[in-house]
Write a protein that binds this ligand. Structure first.
Ligand code: PMP
Length: 434
């Protein structure tokens, strides 16, 4: 007997019996999902969705090599890090080989939030400074420190507000911001502004933390040339520089394996998460020898799950798949094509105000025709219409008007064609009957 799936609406009701409504759900018409493979998700009714949104299944949902690595290790050994086992060393060595030589120590944890929390604690310990500098609209996690350093959360009208130890600096946005000449001119001006904020801080800054492309701001890449002078100024007053690569890492940006490389800087700490385990809950803080030593205070560092053998096996498999399948190169090739195809759509539809991002981490800014005024309603309409056409994409930004696309980096040009063709149809109908 074939079991008929419950109505999605009933599942939602049931969810609210046991889980708080604050736990968000995507789309007006939520997806009752059952399975996923590579760039596809399948619902309980047998529909196939093209996933142009999920960046956590980096090398593809349920990638067989990653699944197998986890299964084999799980059947053999899983334990905490208080024992000696080879795969911890093997994985740490492989992961660190992806970083500049100065970044040679890794702390494994379980989520991006936890990694950022640890990074800030370590920065304070290393520098003995107290303040933390963050970028407008940034997001770094849901722990207490995570919220403290995430303007996206603390500046929400219903949020906790800005803590005293936080210095917030203006986002170097070359589309909607004060300076728009993205040939280094805007970056320099934004950096001068940030350096003034550094100088104005009454207490010294322990850490400056930034995402190379600010996701929750609506996929805003930091203006070219911004980080170098800012990093210098932070270090000059005794602070360290952290790059939050939770969204941007592992080759997604195409041109570079890590986002900080695009700015020609080397951070003192890098925080990684999401794609590191292709969906398995993992994250890490990578730092210099000196910072790791300062944290060696005599108070033990321990996490039950961070760096366990199963996580290491999965993380190692992810790195191997990225290399074996040339996925960084694919992100570059398909990402460039994606931007090009949307640039063609922009010619046709003036509501596409700006196309930005890098590789397969892109944002399409939806505006009221020929202005920079966000058109939230239209962006939501496009997202929900795409969902009705079985294509998954999201929206973000302070006005929630930026179409956000960050698919598994196995995405193909054919997949891009499907997204573009359907967006074209949706917009054509919209302009006929707004
Ligand atoms: N940093 C960034 C840039 C993120 O986007 C996120 C999650 N959206 C986090 C940190 C927190 O990671 P997690 O959800 O794994 O705790």
């Amino acid at each position: 007997e074939i079991k008929k799936p419950l109505e999605a609406e009933k599942i939602k009701e049931k969810r609210h019996e046991h889980l708080a409504k604050i736990l968000s759900i995507s789309y007006n018409n939520p997806i009752y999902v059952e399975r996923a493979a590579f760039q596809y998700m399948y619902d309980a009714y047998g529909n196939t969705f093209l996933d142009a949104y999920n960046n956590i299944p980096h090398v593809g949902h349920s990638h067989p090599k990653v699944v197998k690595a986890g299964q084999i290790q799980m059947s053999k050994l899983n334990t905490n890090t208080r024992y000696l086992y080879d795969i911890l060393n093997t994985y740490a060595e492989k992961l660190l080989s992806k970083f500049p030589a100065t970044l040679n120590k890794v702390f494994f944890v379980n989520s991006g939030s936890e990694a950022n929390d640890l990074a800030i604690r370590m920065a304070k310990k290393h520098t003995s400074n107290s303040n933390v500098m963050v970028i407008e609209h940034g997001y770094h996690g849901h722990t207490q420190i995570g919220i403290d350093i995430s303007d996206y959360k603390f500046s929400n009208p219903k949020g906790q507000g800005q803590k005293e130890y936080i210095i917030k600096t203006e986002i170097p946005d070359t589309y909607r911001g004060r300076y728009t000449q993205n040939d280094g001119t805007a970056g320099k001006l934004y950096a001068e502004n940030t350096i003034n904020d550094i100088k104005a801080s009454t207490n010294k800054i322990a850490a400056f933390i930034a995402e190379p492309i600010v996701g929750c701001a609506g996929q805003i890449p930091l203006a070219k040339g911004y980080l170098k002078p800012v990093y210098e100024a932070i270090r000059a007053q005794g602070g360290i520089c952290i790059s939050d690569e939770v969204q941007t890492g592992f080759g997604r940006l195409g041109e570079h394996f890590w986002g900080f490389e695009a700015q020609g800087v080397i951070p003192d700490m890098v925080v990684i998460g999401k794609p590191i385990g292709n969906g398995h809950p993992m994250a890490a803080v990578i730092c210099t020898e000196e910072i790791a030593s300062s944290f060696n205070t005599g108070v033990e560092f321990f996490t039950s799950f961070g760096g366990n053998p199963v996580s290491c096996a999965i993380g190692l498999a992810v790195l191997e798949v990225i290399e074996e399948e040339n996925l960084q190169e694919n992100a570059k090739k398909v990402g460039d094509y994606y931007k090009e195809r949307f640039a063609n759509l922009k010619e046709k539809y003036p509501c596409i105000g700006n196309i930005r991002g890098s590789g397969l981490f892109l944002g399409f800014d939806i505006v009221k025709d020929d202005t920079k005024e966000p058109d939230t309603k239209l962006a939501q309409y496009i997202k929900n219409q795409l969902r009705e056409k079985n294509i998954l994409i999201s929206t973000d930004g302070p006005a929630d008007n930026v179409l956000k696309t960050k698919p598994p980096i196995i995405f193909t040009k054919k997949d891009v064609d499907i997204v573009v063709k359907n967006t074209d149809t949706i917009l054509e109908n919209y302009y006929k009957n707004p």
